[in-house]
Design a protein around this ligand. Sequence first.
Ligand SMILES: NC(=O)c1ccc[n+]([C@@H]2O[C@H](COP(=O)([O-])OP(=O)(O)OC[C@H]3O[C@@H](n4cnc5c(N)ncnc54)[C@H](OP(=O)(O)O)[C@@H]3O)[C@@H](O)[C@H]2O)c1
Length: 327
Amino acid sequence: MEARLASRPVGELTEEHFELVDAEVGEPGEGEFLVRNDWMLLSVVMRDLMEAEPHPELPMSGYQVGEPPWAPTVGTVVRSNSPEYAVGDLVRHTYGFREHVVGDAGDWAFTKLDPDLLPGPHYHLNQGPTAWRGMVELAGAGEGDTVFVSAATSGVGSVAGQIARCRGAARVIGSTGSKDKIGYLVDELGFDAAFDYHDGPVAERLAELAPDGIDVFFDNVAGEQFEAALRLAAPNARFVLCGGLSGRNPTLDLEPAVLRDVTFRGFTTSYEPESYAAWTEHYSRWLREGRFVFPHTVVEGGIAEVPRALVAQLRGAYRGTALVKLS
Ligand SMILES: NC(=O)c1ccc[n+]([C@@H]2O[C@H](COP(=O)([O-])OP(=O)(O)OC[C@H]3O[C@@H](n4cnc5c(N)ncnc54)[C@H](OP(=O)(O)O)[C@@H]3O)[C@@H](O)[C@H]2O)c1
């Protein structure tokens, strides 16, 4: 069974934009293997990839009507004619929105995973590489910093804030879209403070929570949250620009940027092997030490639930990384 994109949404995505198809999965040929998909990640970026012409500079391909979209996925090899992949191997790949896929060892989309590295197979579907690149490699967040993360309950934001905390930040503040998610950030993820961005002017909320200014801003939202953070930038503040969920470009007030030596750095995730290894090493250690939680929501129900779950994800229904349990 697979969930195909049946038509391109104009405006809001609904379940009707998908069709569930009992698709034939062939037997693996010479050098190939059959994977049972166990877990799949959902993200807001999937809506952008459904456009007929997604932004030409996005570092990933758009979705085609009549095909199952790609998505980060983890599965288990259940049949193999490949010397490199054995039955039982855990693999990560991008052939999501389907229950099974035939893989080829030469396909770069497949990576074999160490099943003993993390507490469960779904822990491999985290947004850590993006959060690590922005928070550590570019912002250099560390001891004494006051850090602000916008869209802090997103897959990326919920990891980014915890990375800053584990690296000794003095104060980690997050913004979110609902009251109940404030408790999640503070009580479960260890943020020092959080606020609902619907709750009055963002600049006022931030000024209350970061009276001494912001050293590091990890921005997933742009718009008003960026404007507010810049007004409160501390001297030598580092702003890393990860995404623009608000869909609104901020009005740039250059005065605080000039007077306080603020650095801005936009980025896309690089997946450099050294960066990936550094993130995985810290992630597995912090999990073992009980200093880090993998922030995620599990949607049960298999492939049939994927369209409904993605619609819910786009409405902000979930906390942390949204995962569908496929098997
Ligand atoms: N630069 C890169 O390489 C890279 C890579 C991956 C992702 N990203 C970016 O990282 C950000 C998070 O992606 P993700 O995959 O982690 O997201 P996600 O897990 O799908 O989380 C989505 C969350 O974002 C919040 N949100 C949605 N619309 C919003 C709006 N208009 N204003 C403020 N918050 C909004 C909602 O939380 P609330 O209910 O709390 O509002 C929602 O639950 C996005 O901007 C994405 O483009 C960048």
